[in-house]
Design a protein around this ligand. Structure first.
Ligand code: SDX
Length: 443
């Protein structure tokens, strides 16, 4: 029977090594340290910038098969959850590992609903922002500020504290998000209305005006709830990695979620949905798509909302979002920008530049036109990503805290800088040469 090992010959020494191949087809990078040229030698290290081929953890939460376009939360296919479940139930599944029975669902929903309020002092933070502050910047800041209101959250090894902070964050992030939106609009804050659903309450805190009894449009409420399901977790993406890495220092989860939210803010990650809309507006019309695609192929632009580190096939979430877009348009009217999206997709899926690089629409490609039709300003799009992802981040964090193999994340490096140099008096120094990160030779 074939041995589950890797046989390595170090040609520098002729020595041979057997490295176990563990379940999942992995070898431990630490095993490379035994491959030395002498007893004093540090041994070998693996070099993997951006972790393109490095597993940082073992996880039970989300499974992705990038080649087949498969996404499952705790084993349940995303297509089934999007069709049959709701976000609160999916958040329970992701955090707890199983679908809740009726009793546990009711308790979970009630526990989160009772944590939707935020300390009144948080409003003072909001008011310190300019009217045109990006809501993601406000969200990063106010989530981090929550750590000062709940100092007991630092007890990260206390199970009950982890559970309480998880409920608080899933409950409060929509409120912070809605308050940030209302601040940018110069509107009074709308407090949580706990007789509404999780998503319905979020819509109320965003859009309620003078009406006494706000009722969200049920089609839009369901559409947003499904979009929340689609964004709940996605294994070791950039922001989940930030959550785990920052959390590995044993900081409180509010500070770690603030770091994860900051990672999500970037246009290559959760900020892509906003970047897609800006791209569509810039293209302006389907007839301009060929010129834009030409610029992409010349390396001048990126086709935002396309490509993925893991999916080398159509992102299964993008298929569902595309369907939701039309359900929303039935209520709001068609967003004409989708015609540009469709033409971009049509051309890209036939063009060898994209096909050869296995670039397909990802979750962000159709969300923007959908959110815009629902009345969200584009700056809110990444916020709509952060809200549902909070449950994923908390599940990833708790799994990391419980994992006996995990400790503070501290990668190594390959040093390519100067060898030892000695200080010289300023009068003896030559004009400094161009520093590596200098844009120009300004002081
Ligand atoms: C999310 O990781 C996750 O799971 C994230 C996420 C989640 O749920 O958490 O799924 C959410 O972040 C989705 C991705 C949103 N980002 C975008 O839509 C931004 C546009 N896409 C890219 O920038 C890019 O595709 C990434 C960042 C998503 C992935 O980048 P990789 O894996 O580092 O790939 P790469 O940059 O090395 O590109 C490989 C090649 C390059 O060409 P060559 O150098 O080989 O010639 O593909 C090209 C890239 O230039 N390429 C693109 C492209 N994406 C990659 N060319 C044009 N347009 C693009 N969008």
């Amino acid at each position: 029977m074939a041995k589950e090992t890797l046989s390595i010959t170090d040609n520098r020494t002729g020595k041979q090594y057997e490295i176990p191949i563990e379940e999942g087809g992995v070898i431990r990078a630490a095993a490379l340290r035994d491959i030395k040229t002498s007893a004093e030698d540090f041994g070998l290290m693996s070099y993997d910038p951006a972790f393109t081929n490095t597993a940082s953890c073992r996880s039970r939460i989300t499974f992705i098969d990038g080649d087949k376009g498969i996404l499952r939360y705790r084993g349940y296919p995303i297509e089934e959850l999007a069709e049959k479940s709701n976000y609160i139930e999916v958040a329970y599944l992701i955090v707890k590992g199983e679908l809740p029975d009726r009793k546990h669902y009711a308790a979970w929903e009630s526990n989160i609903t009772t944590h939707t309020m935020i300390h009144e002092n948080v409003k003072k933070f909001m008011e310190g922002f300019r009217y045109d502050a990006h809501p993601m910047g406000m969200l990063v800041s106010t989530i981090g500020a929550l750590s000062t209101f709940y100092p007991e959250a630092a007890q990260i090894n206390d199970l009950e504290s982890r559970r309480l902070q998880t409920r608080r964050l899933i409950g409060k992030v929509p409120t912070l998000a809605a308050f940030a939106y209302r601040h940018t609009r110069g509107l009074p804050y709308v407090y949580p209305q706990n007789d509404l659903s999780y998503t319905g309450n979020f819509l109320s805190m965003l859009f309620r005006m003078a009406e006494r009894d706000y009722k969200p449009n049920p089609i839009l409420e369901r559409a947003l709830d499904v979009l929340f399901i689609l964004h709940a977790d996605h294994e070791q993406n950039c922001s989940a990695n930030a959550m785990r890495s920052v959390g590995s220092s044993q900081v409180d989860p509010y500070s770690a979620v603030a770091a994860a939210t900051a990672a999500l803010y970037g246009p290559l990650h959760g900020g892509a949905n906003e970047a897609v809309i800006r791209m569509l507006v810039e293209i302006g019309s389907p007839k301009n798509v060929p010129d834009f695609i030409k610029g992409v192929k010349e390396g001048k632009r990126r086709l935002m909302g396309f490509g993925h580190r893991v999916y080398k096939n159509y992102d299964p979430r993008a298929k569902i979002v595309k369907k939701i877009a039309y359900e929303v348009f039935d209520v709001t009217g068609r967003n004409p920008l989708i015609d540009i999206s469709l033409e971009l997709e049509r051309i890209a899926l036939e063009d060898d530049y994209f096909v050869s690089r296995k670039l397909y629409p990802n979750v962000d490609f159709y969300t923007g036109v959908t959110y815009q039709a629902m009345g969200f300003p584009m700056e809110m799009f990444p916020v709509l990503f952060a809200i549902p992802r909070t449950s994923g981040w908390m599940a990833q964090w708790a799994e990391m805290v419980r994992d006996p193999e995990q400790k503070i994340a501290r990668p190594r490096q390959v040093y390519i800088g100067e060898q030892t140099r000695h200080w010289t008096p300023i009068e003896h120094r030559p004009e400094p040469t161009m520093r590596e990160d200098a844009v120009s030779d300004q002081i």
